[in-house]
Design a protein. Structure first.
Length: 122
């Protein structure tokens, strides 16, 4: 895999992961996440710490209960050596900006997410 192909793969994986945070049916969220995270995914942020696919699905569902219709878009993405740093903005259902933060992610050799860490000012 060339460097550009790998970077494109990681960026598409990240976009799919972000799409799973949108206000979508649970079955669709699970379908998206199964494509891009390992079963034992580790995730951390100021708001949560967890491990495992089911726990991540539950965490995202709780997020949507707290912020109905919210979604994320990346502003900047940096990748190297199977890692990604993203600056993102969270939007309210009406499209207004809510906050900007950063995420760090690690991928395995197949380009699947293994570790996620989110950071934002509270």
């Amino acid at each position: 895999m060339t460097l550009n192909t790998l970077q494109d793969t990681l960026q598409q994986t990240w976009k799919t992961y972000q799409d799973a945070w949108a206000d979508i049916a649970v079955a669709e969220r699970e379908r998206l996440l199964r494509q891009v995270v390992i079963r034992d995914i580790v995730f951390t942020s100021q708001a949560a710490e967890g491990q495992g696919f089911s726990n991540l699905v539950t965490h995202i569902a709780e997020f949507q209960k707290q912020f109905p219709g919210a979604y994320f878009k990346s502003n900047k993405l940096f990748t190297h050596h199977g890692q990604l740093l993203s600056e993102w903005t969270m939007y309210n259902k009406d499209g207004s900006e809510f906050l900007t933060g950063h995420s760090y992610a690690r991928f395995n050799e197949q380009g699947i997410l293994t570790h996620l860490a989110g950071f934002w000012q509270t």
